[in-house]
Design a protein. Structure first.
Length: 254
């Protein structure tokens, strides 16, 4: 199937590793031009060099998305460099470091506010009446109530899904689609679950065993769904939240 992504212009946040990296790679392989960002300059530059030497058109800058001014200015300059923007994939998260009420503030900033800030900035650039799309990377933690270490993460991801669904309704008449994906545990180089595998092997085994496939997911499996939802091939799909979790969540997904 031709996803119709050749010549499309996409912004993907957090493309230097993991799920974001797989999304950027897949969009580039499908013929899109991509702009991405991450805090770590060395890792980002290494990726950008590799893509460019592979003949891809890709832009990138090291910045922190919680720095509103730097983030918004980069979004503007990315649209200018690419000559427009058809697709926005809001992917960034980082591990929470603080405790107590500050942990909630940190979670609110990284899992909700920066997504909204970027979206408000990007929406005016998206072509109306064409097929433009926004995809948010949420999590199955949004529907879980039994993991005390993920309280702030789950609650803020749930808020992100609510925001996305409401935005889909608002932007539908302009033919701008808005969807979420909710991955289960995803194993990738340098990621959270690689750390768990080394430091908490019992927890790692438990996470594998709750999937009906008895394994964790891959970044590419998430990227495949994200790129499909971002593409004109998904032209009648909006306000959806697609679980990519090997049926870890034991409820019927109406
Ligand atoms: N992995 C999982 O099991 C899993 C499960 C469910 C949902 N998800 C969701 O999937 C998305 C990606 O997860 P992942 O596992 O691929 O994460 P990851 O491995 O931690 O990668 C996150 C990416 O975002 C960048 N980043 C982090 N904080 C940033 C900031 N403040 N400003 C700019 N860039 C920043 C990172 O680069 P730097 O560190 O250099 O900034 C990196 O490129 C997240 O929304 C996450 O909640 C993941």
């Amino acid at each position: 199937m031709d996803l119709g992504l050749t010549g499309k212009k996409a912004i993907v946040t957090g493309g230097s590793r993991g799920i974001g990296l797989a999304i950027v790679q897949t969009l580039l392989d499908e013929g899109a031009t991509v702009a991405t960002c991450a805090r770590g300059k060395e890792a980002l530059d290494a990726r950008l060099d590799a893509w460019r030497s592979d003949g891809k058109t890709v832009y990138g800058e090291a910045l922190d998305v919680t720095n509103a001014e730097a983030f918004e200015s980069w979004l503007d300059s990315s649209v200018e460099s690419m000559g427009g923007c058809d697709i926005f994939v809001s992917n960034v998260f980082s591990m929470l470091k603080s405790q107590g009420i500050e942990r909630w503030q940190e979670a609110f900033e990284i899992n909700l506010l920066q997504h909204i800030r970027a979206t408000e900035k990007i929406v005016p650039y998206l072509p109306k009446g064409g097929d433009s799309a926004i995809v948010f990377i949420a999590s199955i933690a949004s529907v879980m109530n039994s993991n005390p270490t993920e309280t702030e993460y789950g609650a803020t991801k749930a808020a992100l899904i609510s925001y996305a669904s409401q935005l889909a309704t608002k932007l539908g008449p302009d033919n701008i689609r808005v969807n979420c994906v909710s991955p289960g545990p995803i194993y990738h180089e340098g990621g959270f679950w690689q750390m768990v595998e080394k430091q908490q092997p019992e927890l790692f085994k438990r996470a594998q065993s709750v999937s009906v496939f008895n394994r964790l997911g891959t970044a590419q499996e998430v990227a495949n769904s994200v790129v499909f939802l971002a593409s004109p091939a998904a032209s009648n799909i909006t306000a959806a939240n697609l679980r990519i979790d090997g049926a870890i969540i034991k409820t019927v997904n109406f």
